[in-house]
Design a protein around this ligand. Structure first.
Ligand SMILES: NC(=O)c1ccc[n+]([C@@H]2O[C@H](COP(=O)([O-])OP(=O)(O)OC[C@H]3O[C@@H](n4cnc5c(N)ncnc54)[C@H](OP(=O)(O)O)[C@@H]3O)[C@@H](O)[C@H]2O)c1
Length: 324
């Protein structure tokens, strides 16, 4: 079958051929139509779990995928050939991922049936980023009347998180480069803080700056926020953004930047967050997309052979999905 293959840790992903997998007992085979791209795919290629989880080479990347059931192994109930499904497939040994025509998975993984009104491309854009965003909102207890700041709002997780946070009735401040401001408002942000080099004329704290920090920009309109969702900042940036959070509020880093003792001394919940949601959260997201509460934020949909350019790319404006 056609697949994207990586020959060794840190290697360049390239189109190749690997044997088509067969569904053994207790397994499902999915004929993939679309595969969502996540930053973690590139991190895994670079060896993020080397020594902790077995890897097979040539390594086929990809955690998220959608398609149809093409083979059902002995002992698997509840599925039919041709049924449309989507999933987040973290199945060791790693290296048998979704950037391929077929994948074999156990049915107790994060898998869900796809309603007719949702395309395979939309479905493949949901799992990792959508589940993470939903897990973050659920963990924070965010509610109407509160204010949340989403740092890194333009990307995959952020484009879902802005919408899901707004659905709680909370006010959402989103960071975005100036060209992405309108999209953030359409997704439900009440306010957008631009980052990068933006002209500054009225900074209260640093009038000489031409590049205002996110925290300074937020302080121009309010003294405090209730919840910080920081999807991108390294530790110093997270610590600065944390100064916005009220004592007893919530603050979450998806990139391991929180110093948890600093949160505890101020009664702030959260810290370094690892998404653990699965099939139930995926079904919830599919329901929300189906009833129009959640928009699937698609950035680009290159063909499978475009994986090398998509992996590790910067400047995400929602999700990139490979079309198989
Ligand atoms: N812990 C977990 O369970 C978990 C789960 C999912 C994801 N993650 C991690 O969370 C991070 C975000 O994931 P993602 O899928 O949303 O990534 P993504 O799609 O690549 O989005 C990242 C976004 O952040 C923006 N950005 C970069 N630097 C920024 C800054 N200094 N200030 C504001 N925005 C900035 C980028 O736009 P520009 O390039 O234009 O700035 C891009 O739009 C990744 O590191 C991922 O690995 C962790």
């Amino acid at each position: 079958m056609r697949a994207i293959v990586v020959r060794d840790f840190g290697g360049r992903p390239e189109p190749g051929e690997v044997p088509t997998p067969e569904a053994g007992p207790g397994q499902l085979r999915i004929a993939l139509e679309a595969a969502g791209v996540n930053p973690y795919d590139q991190k895994l290629i670079e060896g993020a779990l080397k020594g902790q989880v077995p890897y097979d080479f040539p390594f086929v990347p990809g955690l998220d995928g959608a398609g149809t059931i093409s083979q059902i192994g002995a002992g698997v109930d509840g599925y039919e050939i041709g049924e449309r499904v989507v999933g987040k497939f973290f199945v060791p040994p790693l290296g048998h991922g979704t950037f391929a025509e077929f994948i074999v998975v156990p049915p107790d993984t994060a898998i869900a049936k796809v309603p007719d009104e949702i395309t395979a491309i939309q479905a493949a854009a949901l799992p990792t980023a959508g589940i993470t965003a939903l897990d973050l909102v659920n963990a924070s207890g965010l509610r109407a009347g509160q204010t949340a700041l989403v740092v890194g709002a333009s990307g995959g997780v952020g484009s879902y998180l802005v919408q899901l946070a707004a659905l709680t009735g909370a006010e959402v401040i989103a960071t975005a480069r100036p060209d992405d401001t309108d999209r953030m408002i359409r997704l439900g942000a009440t306010e957008v803080v631009n980052y990068g080099r933006v002209p500054v004329t009225d900074s209260p704290t640093r009038p000489e700056d031409t590049q205002l920090s996110i925290a300074d920009s937020v302080r121009m309109t309010r003294a405090q926020i209730d919840v910080l969702f920081d999807l991108v900042s390294p530790p110093p940036g997270f610590a600065e953004n944390l100064t916005l959070v009220r004592d007893g509020g919530g603050a979450f880093s998806t990139v391991g930047s929180a110093v948890e003792a600093d949160l505890q001394t101020r009664g702030i919940t959260g810290g370094n967050f690892v998404s653990s949601g699965g099939a139930a959260e995926l079904r919830d997201l599919l329901r929300k997309v189906g009833n129009g509460d959640l928009v699937v934020p698609l950035d680009s949909t290159p063909p499978l052979d475009g994986a090398a350019a998509a992996l590790g790319a910067r400047g995400a404006r929602g999700k990139t999905v490979l079309v198989i």
